[in-house]
Design a protein around this ligand. Structure first.
Ligand SMILES: [Mg+2]
Length: 507
């Protein structure tokens, strides 16, 4: 980049020469002094400088010149180069022309001819300081705007890669980087959280494709971790220079935990800029925050997914456990029913067994006493049943017992209670029944049994039964006494010849 130019315009060569030598003697060598003898020539020089992108911080003009006057020249330069400052140096300027220059061309200072050299140089130095200060403020403003835009991206997050592409676009439009608009962002892979598995990938790039020395190819993944934690301007002999800015969180910038790298190309003539570095430092901290946020979001998503999985697994386990429990309950219910059946039922005949019959009989006795109701108890014993077993075998005996049980059941009423209380011994409780009624019912049963023929293989077997009947007496709240009376009556029937019904003497 060529040196900035201070342009001096006067129609007297002597004055131009004097200005040039005073400027050269008093300013650092950082400026080139251009001279023009008229306003028109000055505009031509300005045009040329603009084409070469040469900076013109200051123009020193005479007011009274042949052709264009100084105030008009300043106004035209101001249109072309708004930031360029003007000093008017003349002995004959009218108040109007100075006013014009101040108002239209933002005149920096007016100096009378002949001038004092020290005063002139001080004015020039002040103007240059003001120019560069103003320029710095403008750049600072641009950087600030760029940072604000980037912060807006953080506040309104979208897909992470899109966000970083937008960030890169904003950076490449900022001062220092807008000339080449070329850069890239590499970051640690989001999927690999933590320092143990660093892996870098290029997330965003602009104008990278046409670069034969693409940094993307130069940097191996492991090299990223060796990058210095400071922002550096790296010059390469054959091509463009670039800023290498490590992406780190503010608190970890010293420890050097690099989450990514920002590469921004500048032209070979670029001078290292503290403003640019300061801007990049803020940008890199912001990008580091974005990366951390994205990593946290990923981690939260991951944990939510795991949690959902766990809940689903636990729910399935719970359903399974409930199923198993339900099956076990069913088995238990069935077992309980079976247990209840076997506990209360005579397996051979299906009638109540002895224990259950006595429970029910006791209960009926209690109920009858309490409500002053009548109740009859009968005991039945098959006659000579041992003979059946002996002659036809126990299996045939069981068949006979089963048939007889059916005959008894068929002949009692719904509310009567029937049980098998011994080998060939049955008992019947008849609630709401007096002795006579009980006797009649037993007579029907006796007759039915006597009429029954049981077919067992080739044999037809018939049996008879002896019966003892008694009624529940006053104050008897259990079945015990009635049982022994019925037994006694049964014994009487046996004694009298069997196939008979006997009533207890008081019944
Ligand atoms: Mg003149």
């Amino acid at each position: 980049m060529s040196k900035p130019v201070i342009l001096c315009v006067d129609d007297e060569r002597m004055i131009l020469s004097s200005l040039k030598s005073q400027l050269q003697n008093n300013l650092m060598a950082g400026y080139k002094i251009e001279l023009a003898e008229s306003g028109e020539e000055a505009l031509e020089i300005i045009e040329e400088l603009c084409e070469n992108q040469t900076e013109v911080p200051l123009v020193i003009v005479d007011q009274i010149m042949g052709g264009m006057y100084g105030d008009e020249l300043l106004a035209q330069i101001k249109d072309r180069l708004p930031k360029t400052l003007g000093i008017m140096l003349t002995g004959q300027a009218s108040a109007d022309s100075v006013g014009n220059a101040v108002n239209k061309a933002d005149l920096f200072r007016y100096i009378s001819k002949p001038w004092d050299e020290d005063d002139f140089i001080l004015t020039v130095k002040t103007a240059l300081q003001s120019y560069y200060h103003q320029k710095k403020l403008v750049r600072q403003d641009c950087y600030q705007n760029a940072l604000n835009k980037i912060l807006q991206f953080v506040l309104h997050p979208r897909a992470f890669n899109d966000q970083l592409s937008d960030v890169l676009t904003v950076i490449l439009n900022a001062p220092d980087f807008s000339e080449l608009k070329k850069g890239s962002i590499f970051i640690e892979s989001l999927g690999q959280i933590g320092p143990d598995h660093p892996e870098f990938e290029m997330i965003a790039a602009q104008n990278h494709e046409d670069d034969p020395d693409n940094l993307h190819h130069e940097n191996k993944l492991e090299d990223f971790k060796k990058i210095e934690p400071q922002i550096q301007l790296i010059s390469r002999s054959n091509a463009n220079c670039y800023y290498q800015a490590p992406i780190v969180l503010p608190e970890s910038s010293l420890s050097g935990s690099i989450m990514g790298v920002l590469y921004l190309y500048v032209s070979p003539s670029h001078c290292e800029s503290q403003q640019a570095k300061s801007f990049l430092s803020s940008v890199c901290h912001t990008i580091a925050g974005m990366i951390r946020l994205a990593q946290y979001n990923l981690a939260i998503e991951h944990h939510s997914f795991k949690l959902e999985e766990l809940v689903e697994k636990r729910t399935t386990e719970l359903h399974h456990a409930l199923d198993v429990q339900a099956k076990q309950n069913n088995v238990l219910l069935k077992t309980n029913k079976e247990l209840e059946y076997y506990a209360t039922t005579d397996e051979l005949t299906g009638l109540l067994n002895r224990r259950c019959f006595f429970e029910r009989a006791d209960h009926e006795a209690y109920r009858s006493q309490r409500y002053e109701r009548l109740m009859v108890l009968a005991m039945l014993d098959l006659d000579f049943f041992k003979t059946v077993n002996d002659e036809y075998g126990h299996q045939a005996g069981d068949t006979v017992l089963n048939e007889i049980a059916k005959v008894i059941s068929d002949n009692v009423r719904d509310h009567d209670v029937v049980g098998r209380v011994g080998g060939e011994e049955f008992a019947i409780v008849m609630p709401e029944t007096n002795a006579q009624g009980g006797k009649e019912l037993c007579e029907r049963i006796r007759q039915a049994i006597a009429d029954t023929r049981v077919k067992v293989g080739p044999h037809t077997i018939s049996v008879s039964t002896s019966i003892g009947v008694t009624a529940l007496r006053e104050n008897e709240t259990g079945i015990c006494a009635a049982m022994s009376r019925a037994d006694q009556a049964l014994y009487d029937s046996k004694r009298k010849g069997r196939n008979l019904i006997s009533l207890d003497y008081e019944a």
